[in-house]
Design a protein around this ligand. Sequence first.
Ligand SMILES: [Cu+2]
Length: 186
Amino acid sequence: MKTIKIISLSLLSVIGFTSCSSDDDNNDDDIPVVTTYSTSFGELNNSAVSGTATISIEDNKMTVEINASGLVADQAHPQHIHGKDANNEDATCPPASADTDGDGIITIPEGAPFYGGVLLPLDEFPTADATGNINYTKTFTLGEGDMPTLEALLPLENRAIVLHGLMQDDTYVATIPVACAQIVKD
Ligand SMILES: [Cu+2]
C-alpha cells in the first residue's frame, strides 16, 4: 500500500509539473507587462488625513487601491486623479499659501493651479467607516464607455490623487480637499 501511494504521488507531481511547464511555454511570447505606481497622502486643510495609494496598469486595466484614515466618519469622500492635461505639466499638492482669499480653507479652485482639473473620478466614492477609514480598490477599463484612455492619463507620475470631504462649521462639505498625493512610478 505504501508503495502504491508513493507512486501515485510521484505521478501527480509529474502531471502537475508537465502542465505547469506547458503553460509557461504558451506564455513565453505574451508576458503581461504591469506598470506600478505608489504614493503617500499629505494632509490638506489641517485634516489630519493620511494614507497610501497604489496603481497598477496592465494593458487598459488600471487598478487603484487607496487606504486612508482620519477622514470624516460615515461620509462619502469624493476622490479623483487630478492633473494638468494641457501640457502634462507636473501636478503638485497646494501649500498653505494656496488659500488666496485667506479664509483658512484651500478650496478646489484654490488648489487647481497646483493639481489641475479632474482627469478621472475614482468612483464609486467610498464612505469612511465609523472610525474614519477608507479602504478602496477598483479596476477601471480605460478607453471604454466614458472612461478616458490610458494615453490621456499618462504620464501618471505627473498626476496627483486628491481626497475630499471636511467638516466646516458643523456642516460636512464634500468638496473641500483633505489630502493630496503626487503619484510616483515604482
Ligand atoms: Cu478632486
